[in-house]
Design a protein around this ligand. Structure first.
Ligand code: T3D
Length: 288
């Protein structure tokens, strides 16, 4: 399948909340609820997970590119979703603390939707690229940061919105933020919940690149296309080794590298890479 990627800007109410297209070997997923800044409903979360499963099991897909339709990337959990919407007086906006609210365990939402999604994203057998086209808030920010390479348009921003509504960062935020920017900046982002502009996010090392808004999709697609032609298995094992290294002693990291090279050294892509270099021709990689 090869279809052009045309992100919707003004979809009708009946349009799918997730658009799926393919360009070459790149699967493109576009969050498509622009009227709610692409906030996650349980329906959208489920569709993203199925689409990632599908990309993972399709041997023709060698990279996944994720972006959002309209002016935002994703505003995090849709707070009006009936699965989690708190009970309050619709006229006054006040919470009635005298009434025991119907039990809505947010942890269940995480167990059933966010944890499987974050794990699926992190264990994709192909590289993942996120093109953050606008604000990324709450779980929307951490979903983006869970991708291998994050590019953001200059007008995009990242908000750990959780503290503002009395929650802790989720969708991997506590793990990702401390590793990406260190404890001091992680705490600043998570406690204050302020907007971090894309350019500063790049300076802090939270994301890979900040580019002009007009260039975002072409840059992200060029990156995805480039990765899709590289040795996929080696790229994915590189991600795994880098993640594992954070919790390893130096010597154990050396041993892990040796174990991975042992496996990769017998694989087609290493033989192809070395042979094509020595015979001065372009390589054709195919392992996944
Ligand atoms: O239960 C749980 O929450 C568990 C799961 C937690 C994971 C989470 O992600 S928690 C964090 C949830 N997200 C937020 O708290 C962010 C809420 N949104 C915002 O703070 C702002 O919308 C933004 C800073 C992201 C953008 O601001 P702005 O001024 O550019 O846009 P806006 O006017 O606030 O929003 C535009 C529309 O999108 C608006 O709808 P309307 O009035 O035009 O009909 C707004 O209600 C809607 N919208 C934005 N975010 C959400 C949302 N609707 C539902 N849920 C949202 N998260």
């Amino acid at each position: 399948m090869s279809t052009a990627h045309t992100p919707a800007t003004t979809p009708g109410a009946d349009e799918a909340p997730l658009l799926i297209s393919t360009e070459g070997a790149v699967r493109v997923l576009t969050l498509n609820r622009p009227q709610a800044l692409n906030a996650f409903t349980t329906g959208l979360l489920g569709q993203i997970r199925v689409a990632l499963d599908d990309a993972a099991s399709d041997a023709n897909v060698r990279a996944v590119l994720i972006t959002g339709a309209g002016r935002a990337f994703c505003a995090g959990q849709d707070l009006s979703d009936p699965h989690i919407k708190p009970e309050f007086d619709e006229h006054s906006g006040e919470v009635d603390t005298t009434r025991k609210p119907k039990a809505k365990d947010i942890g269940n939402l995480l167990d059933h939707y966010y944890i499987p999604l974050a794990l699926r994203l992190r264990s994709m057998p192909v590289p993942t690229i996120c093109a953050v086209n606008g604000v990324a808030a709450g779980a929307g920010a951490n979903f983006a940061l869970g991708c291998d390479l994050v590019l953001a348009g200059q007008s995009a921003s990242f908000i750990q919105a959780f503290s503002k509504i009395g929650l802790v960062p989720d969708c991997g935020g506590t793990w990702l933020l401390t590793r990406l920017v260190g404890r001091a900046r992680a705490l600043q982002l998570a406690l204050l919940g302020d907007k971090l502009p894309a350019e500063q996010a790049q300076q802090w090392g939270l994301i890979a690149r900040c580019v002009a808004d007009a260039d975002l999709m072409s840059e992200a697609m060029a990156t995805a296309q480039k990765l899709s032609k590289m040795p996929t298995r080696a790229l994915v094992q590189t991600r795994q080794a880098l993640d594992a290294s954070m919790d390893l002693e130096f010597e154990d990291a050396l041993k892990l590298e040796a174990r991975l090279q042992s496996q990769l050294g017998y694989a087609h892509d290493y033989l192809e890479g070395a042979a094509s270099f020595l015979s001065k021709r372009a390589p054709v990689f195919k392992d996944r």
